[in-house]
Design a protein around this ligand. Structure first.
Ligand SMILES: CCN(CC)CCN(C[C@]12C[C@](c3ccc(C(F)(F)F)cc3)(C1)C2)C(=O)Cn1c(SCc2ccc(F)cc2)nc(=O)c2c1C=CC2
Length: 394
């Protein structure tokens, strides 16, 4: 059996009115393609057969590289502890037609990948969003892959017969390489990948046929006319938070953004408030932030009532990705995957504040405004602005 994941540590299901499905989409067979997991409202609420949380063993290998653990050891540890973890969304479940849904593009953090923010993505989909969790190919993901058309497709090559997965792994900083330079280059690519994902979903909503190089029987034509094209936002964690800022500055169709514990190093010093006109919400953890990082956020959001910052008390950087739910208490505390606050409470604050902010800036016709006070930092376990002392050290 598995470790922590077995003892009732599970990724929380969506609390909204919709059942949730998820499916993977990859277009193009090289750099210009897109790779994303779509979480969506489903009309199939038979809650059987959830989706494997981490779909390929290569992600375990990539995580081992990222965490500086021997692959042979890391792969077995991950297999043992999280190999049986599923996420509470139904794979390729029937799409719920008949209404236009707002769209959220989600950008993962350094060393992460598209499937490990499912608690946030599933909650948003259960509340009536389409959520496109992109997988970045900038070598910041622990692992990701392209599909190469096989010349002579020997089906035994891979169960997805006819295509062969070509993996790329997390690229460590090289000796003497300047981190700012690498991360600034990567954040540009990440923003382009978010914009490509947006264009791809809009293309599908317009009824155009897309070629999914992955071998899946999901019928994308069901998404015709399903995107509310005036209600589109971008969200991301850490490096993905920097990607939110870059994406907003490059693509006005992203009407607003939510940056979860943003890592501001990749954001150019020339990125001022003027470069981000859209409303932006910073949701920070208590333990990850530091003065210089916060000051870069403030430079972007000073005296702009549409740019807000809140901090979740007792939370840590890993309170946003799913590991905070699947790890036991011991491992959770040791790796700082859990803070003092209960992981479910922390993610509820994050999701409720996000929904209130999205209702306000996407003019949604829902009741998410009941959580407006959270966006102003009012409520248990939340503060307005930051807990970090910004006074200059004399
Ligand atoms: C030693 C490696 N060194 C690399 C530069 C620093 C590694 N590190 C701290 C870690 C990630 C940690 C982690 C995860 C997951 C387990 C597990 F065991 F549960 F799987 C354990 C231990 C190790 C906490 C971070 O990078 C933090 N971080 C992250 S963590 C995103 C992530 C990645 C993989 C996951 F499985 C879950 C979440 N995303 C960012 O965008 C940024 C940063 C820092 C700046 C920008």
């Amino acid at each position: 059996g598995s470790g922590g994941a077995e003892k009732g540590y599970r990724i929380p299901a969506g609390k909204g009115p919709h059942a949730v499905g998820c499916t993977d989409l990859m277009t193009g067979d090289a750099a210009e393609g897109s790779f994303l997991r779509l979480y969506y409202p489903s009309c199939d609420d038979t809650d059987t057969e959830e989706t494997p949380w981490i779909p390929d063993k290569e992600y375990y290998q990539g995580l081992s590289d990222f965490l500086n653990v021997y692959r042979a050891l890391g792969e077995r540890l991950f297999q043992y502890y999280v190999g049986s973890v599923t996420c509470p969304a139904k794979s390729n479940a029937a799409f719920k037609p008949g209404e236009k849904y707002p769209l959220l593009v989600f950008s993962h953090g350094l060393g992460a990948f598209r499937t490990i923010y499912s608690a946030i993505c599933i909650e948003m989909a259960s509340q009536g969003f389409l959520v496109a969790a992109v997988e970045h190919r900038d070598e910041s993901a622990s692992a990701t892959y392209f599909c190469k058309k096989k010349a002579d497709s020997e089906p035994e090559e891979d169960q997805t017969s006819g295509v062969e997965k070509e993996w790329i792994y997390y690229r460590k900083l090289r000796a003497g390489e300047e981190e700012r330079c690498l991360r600034h280059k990567q954040v540009q690519q990440r923003a382009q990948e978010c914009i490509k994902a947006l264009n791809l979903i809009l293309k599908i909503s317009s009824g155009e046929e897309v070629m999914n190089v992955l071998n899946s029987d999901f019928d994308w034509s069901h998404l015709k006319d399903s995107v509310d094209t005036s209600r589109i936002a971008v969200m991301g964690h850490s490096f993905g938070g920097a990607t939110v800022i870059e994406s907003l500055s490059k693509e006005i169709r992203f009407r607003c953004g939510i940056a979860l514990d943003a890592w501001m190093l990749p954001v150019g010093d020339d990125t001022y408030q003027s470069s981000v006109q859209q409303p932006l919400l910073f949701i920070n953890s208590e333990k990850f932030q530091w003065a210089a990082n916060i000051l870069k956020m403030k430079k972007l959001s000073s005296n702009d009532t549409n740019k807000k910052m809140i901090t979740i008390k007792g939370s840590v950087h890993q309170s946003f990705p799913d590991f905070t739910f699947v790890s036991g208490e011991i491992i959770g505390k040791f790796f700082k995957l859990k803070g003092e606050i209960d992981p479910n409470e922390a993610i509820d604050i994050c999701n409720h504040a996000s929904l209130a902010f999205l209702q306000k800036h996407l003019s949604l016709k829902r009741d998410f405004d009941k959580w407006d006070s959270l966006v102003d930092g009012i409520g248990p376990n939340v503060i307005s602005g930051t807990n970090i002392d910004l006074s200059p050290t004399e």
